[in-house]
Ligand binder design. Structure first.
Ligand SMILES: C[S@@+](CC[C@H](N)C(=O)[O-])C[C@H]1O[C@@H](n2cnc3c(N)ncnc32)[C@H](O)[C@@H]1O
Length: 253
């Protein structure tokens, strides 16, 4: 049987929609050149062709939403070992990021596997199976366990985890949901444990390619997230941006 392939399953249009504009504008440019259009329409079409091509390259090779991400900070779970929770694991991108960067760690990949999963990754018979297939394709399935559950009311005992990661998941909730999830993260994390929170950010790459289209959490910036984390009992140690991403590394007090 062939080895399973990683397929995070983010929709095609995230990676390729800009190419539709390129495909429409380049022939238009050639037509305009052949028919000697005036300067302004040529300039307009040229700018759109240039932007859509550049945006496609950025989305495909810089943002690379279906590729394997690397940990945004090496300070997360520096000991390298322990039990990690991924809140909103989806098809496994963030779980695999942690398990590959920390080969001594184990991880519980938690997701509601409901409407939000379907909205992001499409309908499938068994979302858990899709997640498992990816964990297996990455060779980390033996250190991972899949759990269905709601991050606003986690099905775990207090202080059950050494570290928590959550990537592009908590920012999909409403304000109350965010508050509940962060309080739950603080409850199930051991004192002194790390929490790596990654949310979609209003940063230059995302603004260049998608404008406001991907901003689930509106204009909430680092100060807003820091405040929410502090209210939940975390101390923010580090923050920064990566393409599409604002990350905050927090420690449970
Ligand atoms: C955009 S995906 C992110 C998946 C993954 N963390 C990644 O980085 O690719 C958001 C995930 O959060 C999950 N989710 C949304 N609300 C949730 C909740 N209340 N409890 C658990 N998971 C939830 C969705 O099912 C979805 O799989």
């Amino acid at each position: 049987m062939p080895a399973p392939q990683l397929d995070f399953g983010y929709p095609w249009w995230l990676s390729y929609s800009h190419l539709i504009l390129t495909a429409a504008t380049v022939p238009l440019l050639l037509l305009g050149y052949a028919r000697k259009w005036s300067k302004w329409p040529m300039l307009l079409v040229g700018i759109v062709a240039l932007w859509s091509t550049a945006a496609f390259l950025v989305v495909r090779f810089v943002i690379d939403v279906n590729g394997r991400p690397s940990l945004p900070t090496q300070s997360f779970l520096q000991l390298g070992t322990g039990r990690v929770l991924d809140m909103g694991a989806g098809t496994g991108r963030s779980s695999i990021m942690v398990l590959q960067a920390r080969p001594q760690a184990t991880l519980v990949a938690l997701d509601l596997f409901g409407d939000s999963f379907e909205k992001h990754f499409g309908r499938s018979e068994s979302p858990q199976q899709r997640l498992f297939t990816n964990l297996k394709a990455a060779g980390v399935e033996q250190r991972a366990m899949i759990k269905a559950g709601d991050m606003r009311s986690l099905p775990f005992e207090p202080a059950a985890f050494d570290a928590i990661v959550s990537s592009y998941a908590i920012d999909h909730l409403n304000r109350d949901g965010i508050k509940q999830s962060l309080a739950e993260a603080a409850r199930v994390l051991k004192p002194g444990g790390d929490f790596l929170l990654m949310v979609i950010a209003k940063e230059p790459w995302v603004q260049f390619t998608f404008g406001p289209l991907l901003l689930h959490s509106g204009t909430r910036g680092p100060a807003w997230w820091t405040q929410r984390l502090q209210e939940a009992g975390f101390q923010v140690l580090e923050q920064g941006t990566r393409p599409v991403t604002l990350y905050l590394l927090a420690r449970r007090g």
